[in-house]
Structures are given as C-alpha cells and as structure tokens.
Design a protein around this ligand. Structure first.
Ligand code: HEC
Length: 493
C-alpha cells in the first residue's frame, strides 16, 4: 500500500490538525504561530463547549472545507474582504456573498450554530501554517505510485496562481497567472520573463487571466489565444464575462490584440468563468464558459452563452456546422449545453475527441466527452447537492441528457487535465490526469478505451493543483497555487 501522509514530516510542515486542539482547552490557543490577537479575543469571548466545537467541526468539514480548505487554508494569510470581526464572519456565513460565490447558510444553520462556526474559524486559523514545499525537498524526494517511482523537479517559482501553460515549439513555456501577469519561461532557465500586452482582467473571485493556447500554426503565424474575465462598467455596476483575446507573440510583447469572443450576457458574479481553451483536430477553437453561478437562467438556455462549450474559428467567426447555427435567437457558437463549470479540457491523443471535466456543486464533479449539440444535464440532473445542504435535483439521469464517464463524490474540485502520452511513464500510458484543487493531488484515471476503470491519487498534499500538461519533452508538468510553482514529474529507476 502506498503511504502518502509521509509528505508532512518530510517537508517539515507544521499543519496542526483540528483533532490535536480538541484535547486542550477549547477556548484559547497556546500556539504562538500566526497569533491573531483580534481572533484570539473573540474566540475567548465565545468559549465553545466540547459539543459545540464538535458540531462546528463536522459542519465545517461537510459544508465549508470544499471551498475554504480542509485546514482553513483559504482564511490564513489573507486580507479579509469583509472584515474579520465575529460579526463580519457571522454575516458572511448567514447571508453569504452570492455574487462572489459564497452561499448563504441561513437555511442550514441556527444562529447558535453559526456563532459556533465563527469561533471555530477564528480559533482554527491560528493553528494553520502554510505549506513550505521547498525546492530542495521537492527536487530530491522520491515518490512511489503503483506502477513507478518519480521525483519532482521545480521548474518555476515566483508565481501566484498559475492558471494555464502552453509550450512553444522552441521549448519555452508560456504561463498565465490569475492575477493578470503573463510570462515566458525560457527553456532550461528558471527566470520568468514578463510578456507585455495581456488583456485587462477582473482579478477578483475566480476571475483573472486564465488559459493560454497556441494557434495550431504557431510556428508560422506566432499567434496565441488568452482567455480571461473581461470587465466593463455599466452604470454603477462592474460586470464581467469570459472572453478570448487573439494576439501575436513578438519577443516578449503581444501585438495585434483582438477580442474574438465574449460570452453574453455579462454578469455581476465573480465565479464560474470556465475558460479552458483547446484547438480540436478540426482546426476549431473550443472555449468553455461556466454558468457564472446562475445555473437556472443559463445552463439549459441556448440564448445565453454561460454553462456551455463553444466552438469558434481562429478569428472568432462561427463555423457553419455548429449545432445551433440555424436556431432562432441561439448563440451560434454553442457546441454543448448543460455544463456547470468546465475548467479542464484536453483533446484525446488517439481519437481526437474533446474531453472535459467540470465542477459539480457539492459532489458530482464529472468527466465527459463534449460531443456536438449534446446536453450534459446541469442543473436538471446532477450527482451533487446544493452547498447549503438542500437538495438541488432529485434526478441523476434523464432521457436526452448525457451521463458522465466518471464522477466524484465528494467533489475534488477538478482543474486542468492531460492524457499521458509517450513512453517515459511505464504503466501510466494513456491514463488521464486531472488536477484536484480541493484535495490537492493529481488524480490518475486508468483508461480502458473510452472507459475510466479506476483512480489513483498522486502527489498528495502538493497544494491546490491548477493545471497539468504533457510537455514536448515527454514529461508531465503541473502548476500548483500559492505559492505558484511549476513542477516537472520525473520518473526514477
Ligand atoms: C461554494 C464555495 C463556498 C462554500 C461552500 C463556502 N464558502 Fe465561504 N466564501 C466563498 C467565497 C468565494 C467567498 C468570497 C471571499 C473570498 O474570495 O474568499 C467566501 C467568503 C467567506 C467569508 C468571508 C471572508 C472574507 O474575506 O471576508 C467567510 C467568513 C466564509 N466564507 C465562511 C464560510 C463558512 C463558515 C462556510 C461553511 C458553512 C463557507 N464559507 C462555505 C466560497 C464558499
């Protein structure tokens, strides 16, 4: 059996699990690290009983950890957006911030239970330390999987949230950072170079500079595509949407920038942008757009772009054979409908089919093949439930709606995906790799034709794994968030 928890001691991590604080006095923390006097006072004021703490712990684990981290990672080392007083936290949990993707929990918890959660968070964040996935340990540590052993080479550091990667024919890598920065990593060099001319983005919530894709004829035309959350002001409202820019890469500068796709309508929300980009074998650019958190309005409606896969030509015009081109009022770029938030897409190396993964609500993340005109069911059918615990739909199957090839309950928060190609990885050939944001591992799905037969979890605890790509050198590259780092997975004898 594979042991993965060994990562913690080896890397000198001091992640203190909540189990370890229950034995001590529950109201005060003796940990000096990350001491936060404000939080400490509030936690003391609200001394929790063992029973309240236990209740808060289970509530946090089942309702909150999927988005905020098992260890409250999302709450540490951060500027609180809405204030960090007990009242601020209480209001956030009770009423939510729906436009930012924070659900309201007033139907789920009593005020007392919310108070318990507030104290639990304020106490808990003092005990969380950030990962210190230092270069040396990463580069020398050997990991074992069922089929082979491997180590990690650190390829790039100094990023925040690396979202997309693309390899140039000369071996240089292009990397997008969600904060809006766009980089070139020259081959064999760890020094990131900034590329000028990336689009203006709304780097809030899940938005920012997102994916990057080369034109299939890049070697001849130097053309690239960037997806991002575009921003515009309408009256006193700041609206955003998923957009795609086409540009020429000249040295470390973009020129001839042109916006070739904007998902209509724009929205006030700051989440579910989707936005993976892939060129198909048919020379068309596939673009995923998430439901923007408005699934009832968007996902099943061909008059609206969110909650879909789109297919456009390299200049943004519409291919004549798209499934809805002849339907009145339809958005003609639509390729599939009923998708929640697709943040992973890859072309199958043998069949050329378009493989995607999408985030379920609470549970029900899926892997699908995106086929022309098909309906993937969201939000009519789903293997997940609402974040606040209420039933979203009773249905998991329906006539005319596709079943996923694979689904995860609980949600792993799937991100980029890649098929293992070449012959460097004995025993992994043809497997499908999917990053997990929530549980911070790389999922390796064993394939049998188009069937997924089993899952193995690699790189456990590496951090929120945002993207995975096969490099032209035949190695697997993974991008991990906060601190943003790119690793190469190198098999060892
Ligand atoms: C679907 C994902 C999701 C779930 C589930 C969720 N949250 Fe949030 N939460 C967010 C987002 C997004 C924000 C917006 C601020 C941010 O980006 O951190 C947020 C904000 C907050 C804030 C305010 C943070 C600030 O900076 O002011 C608190 C407190 C909070 N959540 C607590 C909770 C608790 C407690 C639970 C469980 C009962 C929970 N959340 C469940 C996504 C989620």
């Amino acid at each position: 059996m594979r042991k993965t928890s060994y990562l913690f001691p080896l890397l000198g991590l001091a992640l203190i699990s909540f189990d370890s604080c229950t034995g001590s006095n529950t109201s005060t923390s003796t940990t000096e690290t990350n001491a936060n006097t404000v939080a400490e006072t509030s936690a003391k004021e609200m001394a929790l009983t063992e029973a309240q703490l236990e209740k808060a712990r289970t509530s946090y684990a089942s309702y909150c950890s999927g988005c905020h981290g098992e260890q409250m990672e999302a709450f540490t080392d951060r500027k609180w957006k809405h204030g960090n007083s007990a009242e601020n936290l209480f209001a956030a949990i009770k009423h939510g911030y729906p436009d930012e993707g924070m659900p309201a929990f007033e139907q789920t918890f009593t005020d007392d239970e919310i108070t318990g959660l507030v104290a639990y968070i304020q106490e808990g964040i003092q005990n969380v330390k950030q990962y210190d996935f230092s270069e040396e340990t990463a580069a020398t540590e050997v990991y074992t999987s069922e089929a082979l052993s491997y180590r990690l080479d650190t390829v790039a550091t100094g990023l925040e949230i690396p979202w997309g990667m693309a390899f140039l024919p000369n071996g240089d890598m292009l990397i997008t950072d969600r904060n809006g920065a766009f980089y070139r990593l020259p081959k064999g060099n760890r020094q990131l170079q900034k590329i000028a001319g990336a689009p203006e983005v709304l780097a809030q919530g899940q938005g920012g500079l997102l994916d990057v894709e080369l034109h299939p004829d890049f070697a001849k035309n130097n053309t690239i595509f960037l997806s991002y959350s575009a921003v515009k002001q309408e009256g006193d409202q700041t609206l955003s949407t998923t957009a795609v820019m086409r540009a020429k890469l000249e040295g470390n500068k973009l020129t001839g920038q042109k916006v070739i796709f904007e998902a209509q309508p724009w929205a006030r929300t700051r989440h579910h942008y989707g936005s993976r980009l892939e060129f198909g074998r048919d020379g068309m650019l596939y673009v995923t757009v998430g439901d923007r958190g408005q699934h009832h309005e968007n996902a099943q409606t061909i008059e609206r772009a969110p909650g879909k896969v789109h297919r456009i030509k390299d200049d943004g015009t519409i291919p004549a054979d798209n499934p809805y081109v002849n339907e009145k009022n339809a958005i003609a770029s639509i390729w599939t409908i009923g998708n929640r938030n697709i943040q992973g897409m890859v072309i199958h190396p043998q069949t050329g089919a378009i493989w995607t993964n999408e985030h379920g609500p609470r549970g029900g993340d899926e892997v699908n093949i995106a086929e022309k005109g098909k309906n993937y069911g969201w939000p009519v059918i789903s293997y997940g439930i609402n974040y606040n615990g209420t039933v979203l739909t009773e249905l998991t199957k329906k006539e005319g709606m596709e079943q996923p090839l694979w689904y995860w309950v609980p949600s792993i928060g799937p991100s980029g995906m890649a098929f293992v190609t070449g012959n460097r990885y004995k025993g992994w050939e043809g497997d499908l790799l999917v990053g997990s944001l929530r549980f911070q591992f790389l999922s390796k799905l064993k394939m049998d034709g188009n069937k997924i037969v089993s899952e193995e979890k690699l790189l456990k605890n590496i951090g929120r794994l945002r993207d995975v790509k096969m490099g032209p050198d035949g190695y697997i590259y993974v991008a991990v968030e906060s601190p943003g780092t790119i690793y190469r997975v190198v098999p060892v004898e």
